[in-house]
Design a protein around this ligand. Structure first.
Ligand code: AR6
Length: 233
């Protein structure tokens, strides 16, 4: 249920904080020792409503993180999902460990991407959205959550940038400072990403073609991380 998830996410964050406090300068009062480090939080693109294979997606995420980890300077990348039971988080964690990915630069986090700072104490100035091709609110999943939390400001700012997105692409949208996501969470940019779709009920259905699907997911993460890099500059 929602309540148990909330409780477990709070206890996980308490654990995370106590771990961070150990390595942090005495006298610092912030819950996130790396508050000022630019951080991109992103959901696993395409693996829920779009039904993309989790093993394949996990390989692609870790490969792209490795590829970009030397292009982001001291910034951080954080893969987020709602629950500890998340299969994609476990897979990515294991694969990242196998490849000795630097855990300061990349880690996984359990929590709601719209409440990372207020509930989780994790500062992320940029968050990614697993969008739909119309770049519209609603539709469930992380897209609905982000558009709801950001208010109409995000809808307007998105419309100014683009009217649609094709699979494998991303656009970044500066968030107006009046948006609740900006004021409460410290989010300054949202990057909309459109991943490959393996759900027959959704547009651009790939009919289980994982040759195309993997290529599109690789492009999607490359576009996402490039977007983050251009915000950093
Ligand atoms: N915080 C963190 N992670 C979340 C949240 C949240 N609030 N909500 C969902 N996730 P999905 P897709 C995780 O289905 O598969 C939309 O309707 C979720 O557990 O949101 O790319 C759009 O309009 C999963 O790991 O995106 C598109 O039409 C990940 O976010 C379509 O769904 C992505 O799940 C896109 O499907």
């Amino acid at each position: 249920s929602k309540d148990t998830e909330k409780v477990s996410s709070i206890s996980d964050n308490a654990y995370l904080e106590s771990k961070e406090v150990q390595g942090q300068a005495v006298g610092s009062t912030s819950s996130d020792a790396n508050q000022d480090v630019p951080t991109l939080a992103f959901p696993s693109i395409s693996t829920s409503d779009f039904q993309f294979n989790h093993e394949k997606a996990a390989d692609i995420i870790v490969d792209k993180v490795v590829e970009f980890s030397n292009k982001i300077g001291n910034a951080r990348l954080v893969l987020v999902d709602l629950t500890h039971k998340s299969k994609i988080l476990s897979l990515v964690k294991a694969k990242a460990a196998e490849k000795n990915v630097d855990t300061q630069k990349f880690f996984t986090h359990v929590g709601d991407i719209t409440h990372l700072y207020s509930t989780g104490g994790l500062r992320c100035n940029v968050i990614a959205n697993a969008a739909n091709w119309r770049l519209k609110p609603g539709g469930g999943g992380v897209n609905a959550a982000i558009f709801n939390a950001a208010g109409s400001e995000l809808e307007y700012a998105t419309k100014e940038k683009a009217k649609s997105l094709s699979p494998g692409n991303a656009i970044f949208v500066p968030l107006p400072s009046s948006s609740p996501l900006f004021t409460r969470e410290g989010v300054t940019h949202v990057i909309h990403v459109l991943g490959p779709n393996m759900n027959p009920q959704r547009p651009n259905y790939l009919n289980n073609d994982y040759n195309k699907g993997c290529k599109i997911l690789q492009d999607a993460y490359a576009a996402l991380f490039e977007g983050f890099v251009s915000i950093l500059r």
